[in-house]
Design a protein around this ligand. Structure first.
Ligand code: 16G
Ligand code: ZN
Length: 553
């Protein structure tokens, strides 16, 4: 028999750990870093197959984001820089859990790892052997387990004939997604290109803004991860911002995500480590461990608390700005297709009710999507300009190719005649925003620069921004249950459809609270059911959440 292009021998070097089951989850496979080698090896095979299938470069990122330093994870970026298509997730799950070939005698031969791959290759019609090559960009965050896992990923890739691993080193997750997207578009894609593009479009936006005086000082919590490191690099080529990065991950500054980072600040509403009394009232921001989430905060005088300026507020700031630019643009004659430019915002059920009400009052179309970037991104991509954010600070602004080429053509046309008009400037601003903000995935570094550019444009302090609306008090709790998947939701996770009767009980409870809102959903990353409640007072929100936990238990 002729040799199959999948080299069976490698598989044995990465034995499957006993008694664990991995699922691709909301954002790839994630677990304790020490037991991930076989998963990452097989994710390498998966990435190679994905690249062969699409005929394009894909990405493989090693990170566990905001999770503890001992965790790690792996996810695949598709050729457009977005998350791997969902249709491949069942195969991904089957592949990483399939028994090793050695165990052939104990289990049905049909299910072992190599056979599974061979079967899938056939089903999906993945081209082999015709000289096709596959390219996979590898990135990883600063976790100590990253080195060994990188080797496992490379071996997995190398076990597929024609597949090449290209190690891009330590990167933020959004940097890797950006690179994959750009390579496939044939545009500049190195790390320095990324840095230069961000710095340049930021500078252009500031130049296009009125001469407002600015609260230019910004203190950033880097979560002791890769984001802080990259921000310091970016800082060197940025002008007009006074950024001070703490928790950069340098020796002695603390551990990754420990008592710091965007997830900590958002969930605990507490100041991160290395921040103190000197920072009270300052404009501060926090990144997560792999640099794809961003929240702002103002340390308050009372104990360790902060005024949190979360993803919903970032979304609101961006939406205000974009809407204003579109209005300028569309008021101009010659740009009469006002109806044709669609602007939409996408949130999840976690968005604070006050933010949704505010956005709707602005006349914006608000769409709800289930938790997880892949769902929000997809919804946002249906608009000419789609803005999506999770309350936890993950989000971006997507521009349709059609709208961008329209803007470009118009700006070329106007540059000779109407330069200087507000409408012309609006077009230029929108073009620069599309260059600044990551089109592949949420990106804390580009998000931060856009926040700063918009504050500059508006002449707003962080306090003024924060006061756009006031958050309704809310509470999040977890319920540990025997089987979280017994809870099935619909309507972007706002309604329980299984077990029957639960939603009615939640509704009954919620009705007892003024401004009450409550939903429960199975976590995509932890073995728990999450509960969210909102009401007019903190006590009421706490009590509603508590009651909902009891209903779920
Ligand atoms: C993942 C998601 C994040 C989501 C979170 C919810 C991506 C890149 N990340 O971190 O967007 O908010 O999961 O976790 O999609 P949960 O399902 O445990 O509540
Ligand atoms: Zn992250």
């Amino acid at each position: 028999e002729k040799q199959h292009p999948i080299l069976l021998d490698y598989v044995r070097q990465y034995p499957l750990p006993h008694g664990v089951r991995f699922t691709y989850g909301t954002a790839g496979f994630r677990s304790e870093g020490s037991i991930l080698a076989s998963t990452v090896f097989r994710a390498g095979i998966l990435a190679a197959l994905r690249s062969l299938k699409t005929g394009s470069t894909v990405g493989l990122m090693l990170t566990a984001s905001h999770n503890p330093i001992s965790d790690n994870g792996v996810k695949i970026a598709d050729p457009d820089g977005g998350m791997m298509i969902q249709q491949w997730e069942p195969f991904a799950d089957a592949l990483v859990n399939a028994p090793d070939p050695e165990h052939l005698l104990q289990v049905s031969a049909l299910f072992h790892c190599t056979l599974l791959v061979i079967q899938f290759v056939k089903e999906e019609n993945i081209p082999f052997g015709g000289g096709q090559s596959a390219n996979i960009l590898l990135g990883r965050d600063t976790r100590p387990s990253g080195d060994a896992l990188l080797e496992a990923a490379k071996q997995g890739i190398n076990s597929v004939v024609g597949a090449f691993a290209i190690d891009m080193g330590i990167l933020t997750t959004p940097q890797l997604h950006w690179m994959v997207r750009n390579i496939n578009k044939g545009t500049r894609s190195s790390e320095s290109d990324y840095m230069e593009q961000l710095a340049k479009s930021f500078r252009c936006l500031v130049d296009l803004a009125p001469d407002n005086t600015m609260e230019s000082k910004l203190v950033v919590d880097g979560a002791n991860g890769v984001g802080g490191e990259k921000l310091q690099q970016l800082k060197k080529i940025l002008s007009g911002l006074d950024i001070c990065v703490r928790n950069t991950g340098k020796e002695g500054e603390g551990l990754l995500n420990e008592g710091c980072g965007a997830d900590y600040v958002q969930k605990e509403k507490a100041i991160p480590s290395s921040f103190g009394l000197d920072d009270v009232g300052m404009k501060c921001a926090s990144l997560d461990g792999d640099g794809d989430r961003l929240v702002y905060f103002i340390p308050s005088a009372s104990s360790n608390n902060v005024d949190l300026v979360d993803g919903d507020k970032i979304l609101t700031l961006f939406a205000l700005f974009i809407k204003e630019q579109l209005d300028f643009l569309c008021n101009e004659q010659g740009f009469d297709n006002k109806e044709a430019v669609s602007l939409g915002v996408v949130q999840t059920a976690y968005a604070n009710g006050a933010s949704t009400a505010y956005l709707k009052k602005l006349g914006l179309e608000v769409v709800l999507a289930p938790t997880g970037v892949k769902y929000l991104h997809k919804e946002a991509a249906t608009f000419d300009v789609g803005i999506y954010f999770e309350a936890n600070g993950h989000g971006t602004i997507l521009f349709s190719e059609k709208f961008l080429s329209h803007l470009q053509a118009r700006s070329d046309e106007l540059s000779s005649t109407a330069s200087g008009s507000e409408s012309h400037k609006s077009g230029l601003r929108l073009l620069e925003v599309s260059r600044l903000i990551n089109q592949a995935v949420g990106d804390a570094l580009s998000g931060l620069l856009l926040v700063e550019a918009v504050l500059q444009y508006k002449g707003w302090s962080i306090k003024a921004w924060n006061e756009l609306y006031q958050d309704l008090p809310s509470r999040q709790l977890k319920a540990k249950v025997a089987d979280r998947n017994a809870v099935v939701t619909a309507n972007a996770e706002t309604k329980v459809v299984k077990p029957p009767g639960l939603q009615e009980l939640i509704d009954e409870e919620t009705a007892k609270y003024p401004c009450g809102r409550c939903f429960v959903r199975p976590s995509g990353t932890e073995d728990v059911v999450r509960v969210y409640a909102e009401a007019s007072t903190q006590e009421a929100a706490d009590s509603l959440a508590q009651s909902a936990v009891q209903l779920v238990d």
